[in-house]
Design a protein around this ligand. Sequence first.
Ligand code: SF4
Ligand code: SF4
Length: 338
Amino acid sequence: MSLFKNLEHNFDYITLILKLNGNMCNMRCAYCNSHEELKDLNNINLNNIFNYLAGFKDYKNILVLFHGGEPLLSKPEDIEAILDFACKNLINKINVQFQTNGLLLDDKWLNLFKRFRNIISLSVSFDPPVGDMRRYVTSQTGNYREIVMNNIYKFMGIIENIGVISVCHKYNINGFKNFVCSLKEAGIKNLTINKYRPDIKNINNFYISEAEYVDMLIDLASFWIGQKLYKKINIQPLNSLFAGETNKLCLFKTDKDKCFAFRTYFNAAKHYKFCARMADAKVYEMSKECLDCKIFSLCGGGCPVEKKDGTFCEARFKLFNFINFIRSVGDADKKFES
Ligand code: SF4
Ligand code: SF4
């Protein structure tokens, strides 16, 4: 079954990933292969971006996601012009998110975000401290962790929806329980924990298997439920998995067109009708093994671009057995307290 179907006909929901400065980044995290050197930012073609955005005016729900690299390397006046255009011309429901490492959240951005506070959310890339020595900052001095947390506190005053997104890898996999507690203390209500997913050509020391990731999730879920932390902080993918809602998480979504609910725009010459991770995957066929699998409706086959390791399917079965067990208990508190 080809995934390249019905791409132009679903006007309900679209995520437009704008990578206006490509993969340029002010950090050099050792586990990230996509950072590029800082370059000239003067060649952003605003008219082309406006035309591109206008092509989505019929969609009922649009999420404009400023991504990178680090999107706050862009000029605030360019972003302001784009937001003004989007608010005036994309008249259906629009939300805007910045996927940022949090270091450049200064007063310029604060003032700009105030204007658009009703539609803006921040997703700050921040990991448990045990892996910090592998996140390298190139353009700023001071304590990286303190700078980011202070910036988050400052922006909490104007933006309601600030979440943290973490990469779980070999060096920080045991740090998530403490990390969840510290985020809860800081008043952060949403954490997403993604597995480190390297380009298959770049498997390295950060690598963890699906089994290791699932074991971490199960252990963390038991703690989160047992300590009633779920009342204070959402953790993805746990919240969606327990709720049985996979619609927001592409890694678990069953929809065969799931990767095409995203568009990726770099510039006038380079934009894709799918998530940037699929850029090299010219054609994708959902494997028969997945389509015939008895938990496909739960698992969704994962990410089509990811080369699944030998533990993948067994780990996913284990995860859904755990989720089903907790859901079948009905009252998770009682189960974990007994
Ligand atoms: S468990 Fe494995 S075979 Fe089954 S849907 Fe998931 S990835 Fe596909
Ligand atoms: S290619 Fe992978 S990461 Fe991108 S939308 Fe599809 S499942 Fe998600």
